[in-house]
Design a protein around this ligand. Structure first.
Ligand code: NCD
Length: 324
């Protein structure tokens, strides 16, 4: 079933405990979360040894004995390790299963709902990555503890979008009045779908979606952005879009979700494309990358994709700190 996003419905009390969609956040939530992430980053990256120890003790006093389960039915490097590292930052423990599609009771035909009910009795929060578009919603509906969507099929990846937005804030010092080019496989790329929703919260942002006709952003997101009165353009002309961009957010072809290989030969960012970008633009990517960003671009100061990983650690630590 294709789960269609719905934007900014009235918040229910129970929504605060689960992170299911980027659409559940408002600007106030994001301000608070990024404030918390900033405070942690400041201490852990720039604080004195005494300040770091004090912060660790303070977080551990709150979270010692808490357990975060990472339940991953799809492959992951960054997201899983980032959540586990974030748990360490706040002094919580982790329970972890990867490749759960083959190595959990899923192979014995257990439903996701039953697995979540069981894991929810062992952990204080469940970080879930699953191949079905509606998995996070279904899990949240039955879970006795907070569920955090760490990627649901080709639908959403809200904590990557939080990471991406926090990276933009930290590098551009603003989240409004930005020209943001988002490109790649937008039809199946869950990070782009979630990020677009968050960017639409801020006034003056112009979004340009660059892809082939086949792999353009789906109508559900376009409609939601239109409802938010966000300025949106869709194009397949990358070179035309790049010179205006303050932020270029690039994504890979989701080969595991489509047989369409057309994108492979399109839209690679190399030195020629970099030359078209503003000197103060930022180039981001949720990673992993394939051929869509040439590795000889990596040393350009505008390339921020490896910095994104680090920002994600503090965003997730801040999120876990709040949820627990
Ligand atoms: C992304 C994902 O899994 O959706 N990666 C990530 O979590 N950082 C992007 C992708 O797989 O292309």
């Amino acid at each position: 079933m294709l789960y269609t996003i719905t934007m900014r419905t009235e918040k229910k009390q129970e929504d605060f405990n689960h992170i299911v969609t980027a659409g559940q956040f408002d600007r106030d939530d994001l301000n608070k979360l990024f404030g918390r992430a900033d405070a942690m980053r400041k201490v852990f990256e720039r604080g004195s040894e005494t300040a770091i120890k004090r912060k660790r003790r303070q977080l551990a006093q709150k979270h010692l004995g808490s357990r975060i389960a990472t339940l991953f039915y799809e492959p992951s490097t960054r997201t899983k390790l980032s959540f586990e590292a974030a748990a360490h930052v706040i002094g919580a423990g982790t329970l972890s299963t990867e490749n759960a599609r083959d190595f959990s009771s899923a192979i014995k035909k257990e439903t996701l709902e039953d697995t979540i009910r069981a894991v929810g009795t062992l952990a204080d929060a469940i970080v879930l990555r699953h191949y079905e578009d509606d998995s996070a919603e279904r899990a949240a509906a039955v879970s006795p503890v907070p569920v955090i969507n760490a990627g649901s099929g080709s639908n959403e990846h809200p904590t990557q979008a939080l990471t991406d937005l926090y990276t933009i804030l930290s590098t551009k010092q603003q989240l409004h009045d930005l020209n943001v080019v988002i490109g790649g496989d937008l039809k199946h790329g869950r990070t782009a779908r979630s990020l677009a929703q968050l960017l639409s919260l801020y006034p003056g942002n112009q979004l340009t979606f660059v892809s082939t006709d086949e792999l353009q952003m789906n109508c559900d997101v376009l409609t939601a952005l239109n409802d938010q009165q966000t300025d949106v353009t869709t194009t397949n002309d990358l070179h035309d879009a790049l010179p205006q961009a303050d932020v270029v957010y690039w994504t890979r072809l989701q080969e595991e979700r489509t047989d369409n290989k057309e994108l492979r030969s399109h839209f690679a960012i190399g030195t020629q494309e970099l030359a078209l970008m503003k000197p103060n633009a930022v180039l981001m990517h949720p990673l992993p990358r394939n051929h869509e960003i040439d590795s000889n671009v990596d040393n350009d100061p505008r390339a921020k994709y490896f910095n994104q990983v680090r920002y994600g650690l503090y965003v997730r630590a801040a999120l876990l700190d709040k949820l627990l």
